[in-house]
Ligand binder design. Structure first.
Ligand code: CAA
Length: 402
């Protein structure tokens, strides 16, 4: 077993860390308070190549592997969750699905501009009345000749008002005996007539991010924009989530690290009862627990990334990594506030933002409850992963970098 990072991995870490720490950390509080996304963020991430980090050069990407994607997410969320959410949605949930399920033509039309960061992608699965229950979605797409007519509402959509393309899951066969088989996936160009979008404000966390809604009224979607075959929408959505959840796991690991680093710094500075508070065992216990969580979360996401690199199915391992890291990041942020005392409760320090940001990830891309059901299902032999018609391609440096 080789746990070491390559020189390329370390280069990605340095580059992304420098961007996040130098350009975003100084202004993030201001945008978090204003509940707005900093206007330069998407442009800078595109310029740096991070929006196409794990895609082959021939598809407009940077030719790096899936572990590089995870490392970038860890560095981004160590500064602010909203940066990592961009990666989860644009890369994990959308662009990686194009790499996995798209035709050559779809890769050329949609993946290449997305990997270059010229176009932004988002993902429309959740609805006002359906989140965990994916097979319960009601948006529908009716086939009419060479196109589909799409109607419905999507809710809690990150980048809804920033994106150019959305990967939308809708019902194409209301009479399918198994509702899972009645869904299909579409790449919808968001400048199409009949598409409306808006932002959602008043969220507990990820306030410097863009979360919104999409509405489709008789939107004409050409048949060549259908991703995969008719009826494959549920499987495509689930495989997108296997990729999105990986980025969430890696990002939450970064949030644990940020909570740990902030706590260590404060515990070494703040004095009480005549000594630094780091000298007190109950403070040490909190810090030790953050170290434990960080190391375990990191190994879990790196294993999932390694499996993706090998082309191995990783639904089970990714779900475990996501569940563990997101729960642990919430606990780490809460304990970081406790270490900071009353100062941690104010936005003078970053740790209160970490706590607010950590909560969302326990809900989106599979609640902790869904992941527990999945893990129990695998352990008890109730769940197994069947091979897919299109698997995420294994990383091959020669193919990726030519
Ligand atoms: N990849 C591909 N196919 C998969 C799959 C995967 N990861 N998981 C399951 N499938 C396939 C199965 O093999 C099965 O295929 P067959 O019919 O051929 O046998 C089919 O899909 C149905 O699978 P299940 O029986 O496992 O489906 P289920 O109804 O029991 O659902 C579930 C399982 C785990 C509850 C799933 O519905 C789930 O993960 N729900 C949570 C959804 C979620 O994460 N929602 C969040 C919304 S998106 C979001 O948050 C993004 C955002 O905007 C920020």
């Amino acid at each position: 077993m080789d746990f070491s990072l390559t020189e390329e991995h370390r280069m990605v870490q340095r580059m992304v860390r420098e961007f996040a720490q130098r350009e975003v950390a100084p202004i993030i509080k201001e945008y978090d308070r204003a509940q707005q996304m900093a206007p330069f963020v998407l442009r800078r991430m595109a310029d740096l190549g991070v929006l196409g980090i794990c895609f082959p050069l021939r598809f407009g990407g940077q030719g790096m592997d899936y572990i590089s994607l995870g490392l970038a997410c860890e560095e981004l969320e160590a500064v602010d969750t909203t940066l990592r959410v961009v990666m989860s949605v644009h890369i994990g949930l959308n662009s990686m699905a194009l790499l996995q399920w798209g035709t050559d033509e779809q890769k050329k039309r949609f993946l290449v501009p997305q990997a270059r960061g010229e176009k932004i992608g988002c993902f429309g699965l959740s609805e006002p009345g359906a989140g965990s229950d994916v097979a319960g979605i009601t948006s529908n797409a009716r086939r009419e000749g060479d196109e589909y007519v799409l109607n419905g509402e999507k809710m809690w959509i990150s980048l809804a008002t920033k994106a150019d393309h959305a990967l939308i899951v809708a019902r194409t066969n209301p009479n399918a005996p198994d509702p899972h088989d009645g869904l299909s996936a579409f790449i919808v160009e968001l400048n199409s007539p009949g598409v409306k979008c808006g932002d959602i404000h008043g969220k507990l966390g990820v306030r410097a991010g863009s979360t919104g809604w999409l509405s489709f009224q008789d939107v004409q979607v050409p048949i060549e924009n259908r991703l995969g075959e008719e009826g494959e929408g549920f499987k495509i959505a689930m495989s997108s989530l296997d990729n999105g959840r990986y980025t969430v796991a890696a990002g939450a690991t970064g949030l644990i690290r940020a909570s740990l680093e902030a706590s260590v710094k404060y515990a070494n500075e703040r004095r009480a009862f005549g000594r630094e508070i780091g000298k007190f065992q109950l403070v040490q216990q909190k810090i030790a627990r953050m170290v434990e969580s960080y190391e375990a979360a990191r190994l879990l996401y790196l294993r999932a990334g390694w499996m993706k690199n090998q082309g191995l199915r990783n639904t089970r391992e990714t779900s475990l990594a996501k569940w563990f890291a997101t729960d642990a990041s919430f606990e780490a942020a809460a304990e970081a506030i406790q270490v900071h005392g009353a100062y941690g409760y104010s936005d003078e320090y970053d740790v209160e933002r970490y706590l607010r940001n950590a909560k969302g990830a326990i809900i989106y891309e599979g609640t902790s409850e869904i992941h527990q059901l999945m893990q129990a299902g695998y352990a008890l032999g109730y769940r197994d992963d069947a091979p897919l018609r299109c698997e995420l391609p294994a990383y091959d440096q020669e193919i990726w970098q030519t």
